[in-house]
Design a protein around this ligand. Structure first.
Ligand code: SAM
Length: 286
């Protein structure tokens, strides 16, 4: 493998035996770079998540080249052949349906295999929904956590929601429109309605929308709407001092919840989640 990372001498034309990881638009096809178009046109073949999606770009820019499908269903079967082709000197571009290959799509698998096999990789960077949402959120963006799609399994999901509730950094999450309401309600439970948040919908597309400010507002906004399109959620981190919850406030909240009819156990569970504490720590306060 060529471990010399000074690649400024690289030519604009694709080189033999190199895997090109090519960023494509997340909606607006004009967001593709000249360099990406040049690579897509001149590599030996283009491996794409869905050939129909990639054809839209190829057709718009009058590019014809060989396309093969490479997606989460066939990646394990396809990787050995792609690696073999690269070793035999072909140049191959990998693209996903949208954005940067490797960010929540099987681009990650081919990059790992290429590295293990000593194959040179070059990234032609392009749009990424996470970064596009982050920079338009107005939330702190120099240091952030990207969670991708949250796990479906309750225990794993709650672990991450708890981390988000305590995290000082901005968090970015991908979500499907079908599950957005569920995610917002979970965030409400773990982070409280005042937490600042921005839901970016259909970034770079005709009906692009940025919905903020805090969780209560956002839940209200989507309450009676049909939610469609692609969604990225950006959540502000907490202030450092919030990590040391005020015991007198927690005690008062506990009393209020019990007076409102919750059992001690349910009220403690709720407050433990809200404050990022263990249930036993809440018991110990009383
Ligand atoms: N590789 C892509 C990237 O670089 O952003 C992400 C692929 S992931 C399979 C698709 C998810 O990205 C969508 O479900 C959505 O959460 C987010 N996404 C993609 N395009 C978007 C857009 N135009 N607006 C908002 N979110 C988007």
């Amino acid at each position: 493998m060529n471990n010399n990372f000074s690649l400024s001498h690289r030519k604009e034309e694709p080189e033999n035996g190199v895997l090109y990881i090519v960023g494509t638009p997340i909606g607006n096809l004009n967001d593709i770079s000249q360099r990406a178009l040049n690579i897509l046109k001149n590599v030996s073949l283009v491996a794409c998540e869905d050939t129909r999606q990639t054809k839209k770009i190829m057709n718009k820019f009058n590019i014809t080249n060989k396309l093969i499908s490479f997606n989460k269903h066939n990646s394990l079967i396809k990787i050995p052949k792609i690696v073999k082709d690269l070793k035999e000197g072909k140049s191959i571009a990998i693209v996903s349906d949208a954005g940067m290959p490797g960010i929540c799509d099987p681009g990650e698998d081919i990059a790992r295999s290429a590295k293990l096999e000593g194959i040179d990789m070059i990234c032609v960077p392009g749009a990424c929904a996470a970064i596009t949402a982050l920079v338009t959120s107005g939330l702190p963006s120099s240091s952030f956590v990207f969670e991708g799609f949250l796990p479906k399994k309750k225990i794993d999901r709650e672990k991450i929601l708890l981390e988000i509730s305590k995290n000082e950094k901005t968090t970015i999450i991908y979500e499907s429109p079908k599950r957005l309401r569920k995610l917002l309600n979970e965030l409400l439970e773990f982070c409280g309605g005042d937490r600042e948040i921005m839901v970016a919908r259909e970034l770079t597309k005709k009906f692009e929308e940025h919905v903020g400010n805090n969780l209560n507002n956002v839940i209200d906004f989507f309450r009676d709407k049909d939610i469609i399109g692609e969604i990225t959620v950006v959540i502000k981190g907490i202030k450092k001092r919030d990590l040391n919850p005020d015991k007198s406030i927690i005690k008062k909240d506990l009393n209020d919840l019990i007076n409102a009819g919750l059992s001690l156990s349910a009220a403690s569970k709720y407050l433990a989640k809200k404050n990022g504490l263990k249930k036993s720590e809440i018991y110990n306060m009383i």
